[in-house]
Design a protein around this ligand. Structure first.
Ligand code: NAP
Length: 578
């Protein structure tokens, strides 16, 4: 894999667009802009493409949406030629896929790797952005497109005494590229979210002893990962567009079988059968067992009880099992998907330390102190997550019109129109930004829909000669209010998760992704485009009345013919969202 960490002269060029990030969003954005005849420069902090999948190389990392859906749909040739080997692809294969895409569409020549954007400032007179990097680049572009990733800024808590600790400390989101050999070591893992739950069973296989420090117990459902059956793959590929269309019509942007019936209308025996059946299918679709699980606390209690019974059935030591049983709403924090997680605690060399009350007290030279006891550790893994959704924006000094900084504007929580743009920051687009379905949808689909919309918008601006685009304050305010209102309908807004920024002290508590469902959101974006970018002001356009020519967004028109995704169904609290 090429890394361009070589010396290169800083550049001072002009482009139509600067794209920040070469993950799945940045790569596809570059491809579409090029297809439409625009020039673009991509800056990427990593040494290669792939974003999340470039950085998160921890043992066991794999997607939790089926590989055949967790992939680009924009090119039928691409989806036909690529062979996924497992139901849930491992990180190595997803990264290989990202590299294949970069090569196949000749993307690398416009990407500068090992380069972090440090500043982006808007010049209202020139209607252009000036973007600066840590390698001395200073370029200008009409558009600045943030393809930063929703879970990219690692949360590295400043534990007391951390500097005194003499062993290595790893963060799952910044894993060493050569891997880590834990053989014969006493290892500590801090955190029990998805990254921990995927890595713990594999770290336990190598380590001499493993101590897991758990602040909040998490719910996890078995993945039942398996090699993909060639006949199944052949069938999907025979009519891939049909699967993609069904996926787009789902609230989550990916297809799985679900049931809209309310749990509370079923008998106790019926529920048990239903949960068993969905447990045996495994993964995130488990939440589709009933339509009301994320809306009615009483319904949620039934599924939480079922999950706790599963834990007690698997974990042999009743005290350990109790510690592993979460007492919060099932699926309120992002549901985890595992292979052998609970079983790991039956191994004699694995210890679970409940730090709910005291947290990690401190590090010492040789280990970690928690609950008044010192644990001697040769290596520590921080599976402590990310400053989600907005953390990667915070790392760049973004200054819009009249010196307004994005950090200041988002002090009390992110404010966007459609999660795509923000008042005061003309010509700045965000891909899967806060206020869009993003992390609540299958991310690759959410990315493609945003890229297509932004590319169409930029092409329209060229058609009509517009110099800048910016949302109106009234429309942004209304969208923010709508995002908040919809969030209140769901139990998801009730717990301290990274969805609301509550995983990190001091961050504002706001439900950041749009929970109204992918198709409803997509159709809203399309309506806005069809109405000539309603809610946006296009400045300097020669022909303001020219109807937008839709080039790419067309494929995202979703027929709202399914009861389950209508606004009425949402209001009636019958929309399984995972
Ligand atoms: P996470 O879900 O935020 O989990 C972080 C864990 O670290 C939590 O258990 C948290 O406890 C704990 N923690 C954080 N700060 C701590 C502190 N100061 N002291 C002690 N414990 C602390 O992060 P993640 O596991 O990296 O996952 C983030 C998201 O990435 C997932 O929800 C998912 O969307 C995505 N992801 C997906 C996969 C996949 O299956 N494809 C794999 C990995 C990640 P609290 O719960 O108490 O905050």
């Amino acid at each position: 894999m090429p890394t361009a960490a070589t010396t290169r002269a800083p550049e001072t060029a002009t482009f139509d667009a600067v794209i920040v990030g070469a993950g799945f969003a940045g790569m596809y954005m570059l491809h579409t802009l090029r297809q439409l005849g625009f020039t673009a420069r991509v800056y990427e902090g990593g040494g290669g493409v792939g974003g999340t999948w470039y950085w998160n190389r921890f043992p066991g990392a794999r997607c939790d949406i089926e590989s055949l859906q967790y992939s680009y749909s924009f090119s039928d040739e691409l989806q036909q030629e690529w062979e996924w080997t497992e139901k849930y692809a491992p990180q190595t294969e997803i990264l290989e896929y990202a590299n294949h895409v970069a090569d196949r569409f000749d993307l690398r020549r416009d990407i500068r790797f090992d380069t972090r954007v440090t500043k982006a400032g808007y010049d209202d007179g020139a209607k252009r952005w000036t973007v600066e990097t840590n390698r001395g680049d200073r370029v200008t572009a009409q558009f600045c497109i943030m393809a930063l990733g929703c879970l990219s800024a690692a949360n590295k808590p400043d534990f007391p005494g951390l500097a005194d600790y003499t062993g290595p400390v790893y963060h799952t989101g910044e894993w060493p590229h050569d891997g880590v050999d834990f053989t014969g070591l006493r290892v500590g893992v801090i955190g029990t979210g998805s990254s921990a739950i995927q890595s713990i069973p594999l770290i336990a296989k190598q380590a001499k002893s493993l101590t897991v420090f758990q602040r909040t117990a998490a719910y996890t459902v078995p993945a039942w990962n398996e090699k993909l059956d060639p006949d199944y793959v052949r069938n999907v590929k025979a009519d891939y567009p049909a699967l993609r269309a069904k996926a787009r019509a789902r609230p989550t942007g990916f297809y799985f079988k679900f049931n809209t019936k309310p749990a509370l209308e079923d008998s106790a025996e019926g529920r048990e059968r239903q949960y068993e059946e969905f447990w045996s299918r495994g993964g995130l679709p488990f939440l589709g067992a009933y339509g009301d699980l994320l809306f009615e606390k009483d319904a949620n209690d039934t599924v939480a009880d079922f999950a706790r019974a599963k834990i007690r059935g698997i974990v042999k030591d009743p005290k350990v099992a109790e510690k592993l049983c979460p007492d919060n709403v099932f699926g309120c924090k992002r549901l985890c998907v595992d292979t052998g997680y609970y079983e790991t605690y039956n191994q004699p060399h694995v210890t679970l330390v409940d730090i709910a009350k005291t947290g990690i007290e401190r590090f010492t030279e040789t280990g970690v102190v928690a609950n008044g006891s010192e644990y001697e550790l040769d290596a520590v893994v921080c599976a402590t997550g990310f400053a989600a959704m907005t953390g990667s924006f915070d790392r760049i000094a973004i200054t819009g019109r009249d010196g307004l900084t994005l950090k200041k504007k988002w002090e009390a929580g992110p404010r966007t129109y459609l999660g795509l743009a923000s008042v005061g920051f003309p010509n700045l687009f965000m891909l899967t930004g806060p206020g869009s379905p993003s992390v609540l949808a299958s991310l690759v689909q959410a990315i493609e829909q945003h890229v297509d919309w932004v590319a169409d918008c930029i092409a329209h601006m060229r058609d009509v000669g517009a110099a800048s685009i910016e949302p109106t304050l009234a429309d942004e305010d209304a969208w923010v209010e709508h995002v908040n209102e919809v969030a209140q309908v769901s139990l998801r807004s009730t717990c301290s998760s990274w969805y609301v920024g509550a995983n990190i002290p001091g961050r504002p508590r706001v439900f950041m992704p749009y929970i109204g469902g992918f198709p409803i959101y997509v159709n809203k974006c399309n309506e806005i485009m069809d109405a000539g970018y309603e809610g946006f002001v296009l400045d300097g356009a020669a022909e303001t009345n020219t109807p937008p020519r839709i080039r790419l967004t067309e494929r995202w028109h979703v027929p709202l013919d399914m009861d389950v995704i209508s606004p009425a169904a949402l209001a009636a609290k019958r929309v399984p969202v995972v």
